[in-house]
Design a protein around this ligand. Structure first.
Ligand SMILES: *Cc1c(COP(=O)(O)O)cnc(C)c1O
Length: 221
């Protein structure tokens, strides 16, 4: 099943679109299957989940942290992951800088945009993204590789379009600034229900769970 799902997606999407398999609640065998089928990036929302599977996944992949990162988990998170897609404050970025400097490594990050400007949501609101990136760009062990957004959840993906569009505008604005330590390679938007609209609006990294692995059990999102 997983193999066919991945094949269908790889056939469907243009080559310049990178697929991340959003693997929360999935086990090591399922993740291995996804990588063998041709997916190169695995996303996890929780450090503990990643620690629980990563040693049992023998196939090589890039691991992206896509959940909410607490500062007290940064030290371990930078050991496990290749990219953190959910940086949304200078405080968090400085914590990443501190541990990366000690370990003499550079962490790739995306800035998470709260494109719907929702109160309870993580991410920085669109109007504050440029300022935050200017500040983070002074940290030499943090490399900003682009933006990520979830956007508000809708049944109809068309309703997501304005939020993807907005995030794309901010993405282009920052790209044009040519800041140091800022590459703007990835625009990570779109999930199972919305990836087509997201790609139309400029996403080049889509985070797909259900359409690859099947429905998740239980109520955890
Ligand atoms: C779960 C999750 C996804 C994928 O969700 P699906 O609807 O299963 O495709 C993408 N991004 C994040 C941050 C997630 O937590």
């Amino acid at each position: 099943m997983i193999k066919e799902n991945v094949k269908r997606l790889l056939d469907e999407l243009p080559e310049n679109i990178t697929i991340l398999a959003a693997a929360k609640t999935r086990n090591a065998d399922e993740i291995s299957e996804v990588i063998k089928a041709g997916i190169k990036i695995i996303g996890e929302n929780y450090l503990q989940d990643a620690q629980g599977v990563i040693n049992n996944v023998k196939e090589k992949a890039e691991w992206h942290f896509i959940g909410h990162l607490q500062r007290n988990k940064v030290k371990k998170t930078i050991d496990v992951f290749d990219m953190i897609e959910s940086v949304d404050s200078l405080r968090l970025a400085k914590e990443i800088e501190k541990w990366c400097e000690r370990q003499n490594k550079i962490m790739q990050v995306l800035i998470e945009v709260n494109s719907g400007e929702e109160n309870q949501k993580n991410g920085v609101v669109p109007n504050d993204v440029v300022q935050l990136i200017r500040e983070i760009s002074s940290l030499n062990h943090v490399r900003i590789m682009g933006l990520m957004t979830m956007g508000p959840r809708f049944g109809d993906p068309e309703e997501s379009r304005p939020y993807f569009k907005k995030t794309r505008e901010v993405f282009e604005e920052i790209k044009d600034l040519h800041l140091p330590n800022v590459e703007m390679k990835y625009l990570s938007m779109g999930m199972t229900n919305s990836y087509k609209v997201a790609i139309e609006e400029g996403a080049n990294l889509v985070r797909i769970g259900t359409k690859i692995f099947g429905e998740r059990e239980g109520s955890r999102i």
